[in-house]
Design a protein around this ligand. Structure first.
Ligand SMILES: NC(=O)c1ccc[n+]([C@@H]2O[C@H](COP(=O)([O-])OP(=O)(O)OC[C@H]3O[C@@H](n4cnc5c(N)ncnc54)[C@H](O)[C@@H]3O)[C@@H](O)[C@H]2O)c1
Length: 267
């Protein structure tokens, strides 16, 4: 039975990825900042019929020792890790860079960029020993060089995640590690991330932004299914599994006059 470890998986995309890996009978290790949120998520995952087991471990991705503990815990539970997903992430307050506080800048870089680098390092150290496995990192706004007011620090981190992940894929190949590395591009998902900055601070979205999210956005379960279906069969290094392709985005805008979705009416 294969095992997947997902960071930041008590809610949102991470939790939904875990659900679909359960359906594929993987052993699933979820991890996040708070034990109580993990216990709730684990209960939800246990209601899904699966031959795999589910367990959890508290892990703050901004601390490499937590990620090492997560890997050791997962190996102890399930012998080896086959897929490791660096999913944990925080959105930024919608402010220009000079209005962000030092601690806010640090948090975005520590979680979104360094958390991914640390997680990849820890996963690669173990997977290269077993000469198998796959590491996936999550792209986001800025990965493709786009710019928007209020997303500069987040975009800087995600642009770096993309560069880093491609470099890691090259290193994995050149060093003949037997490990594959890929990027997951989830487009826009309506999660707590969309309406909260830095994990939990509520943000008011501009009407213009809501309009775009209603056209291009999706619920995380829709995106997660797409991503998991592809991860479980992927054998190629340096792939990008891309939900919101240019063609899909173009079609969504074309169909916008007929789009009746309103993700924000109860928020
Ligand atoms: N929602 C979107 O529109 C969107 C779009 C593109 C990319 N993404 C990316 O997808 C990933 C998941 O986002 P989401 O929408 O599910 O967000 P979310 O806020 O619903 O979930 C993120 C999870 O990460 C956890 N987390 C935050 N800081 C952490 C830390 N230091 N250590 C461990 N866990 C931590 C949170 O507790 C939360 O459970 C993120 O990397 C995000 O940047 C999101």
């Amino acid at each position: 039975m294969k095992t997947v470890v997902i960071t930041g998986s008590a809610r949102g995309l991470g939790l939904n990825l875990a659900k679909f890996f359960r359906e594929y009978n993987y052993n699933v290790v979820i991890s996040d900042l708070k034990e109580e949120n993990l216990l709730t998520a684990e209960k939800e995952l246990e209601t899904i019929n699966s031959k795999g087991k589910v367990t959890h471990k508290v892990c703050d991705v901004s601390k490499i020792s937590d990620l090492e503990d997560l890997m050791n815990f997962s190996k102890k539970e399930f012998e080896q890790v086959d897929i490791w997903i660096n999913n944990a992430g925080v959105n930024q307050p919608q402010k220009p860079i000079w209005e962000l506080e030092e601690k806010e800048i640090n948090m975005i870089v520590d979680v979104d960029l360094k958390g991914t680098v640390y997680g990849s390092k820890v996963a690669m150290e173990e997977m290269s020993k077993q000469h198998s496995g796959a590491i996936y990192n999550i792209e986001g706004y800025g990965s493709n060089d786009a710019h928007m007011l209020g997303l500069n620090m987040y975009g800087t981190s995600k642009r770096a995640v993309t560069y880093f992940t491609e470099g890691l894929a090259q290193e994995a190949e050149e060093k003949n590690t037997g490990v594959i590395v890929g990027k997951l591009s989830p487009g826009i998902m309506i999660t707590d991330f969309t309406t909260h900055s830095l994990g939990n601070d509520k943000m008011e979205l501009a009407e213009k932004t809501k309009k775009v999210y209603n056209i291009l956005g999706d619920k995380p379960e829709v995106v997660a299914k797409f991503l998991v279906d592809r991860m479980v069969t992927n054998t190629k290094n340096n792939v990008k599994i891309n939900w919101l392709t240019n063609t899909k985005a173009f079609t969504r805008f074309l169909m916008a006059p007929f789009n009746k979705r309103d993700f924000f009416k109860d928020k």
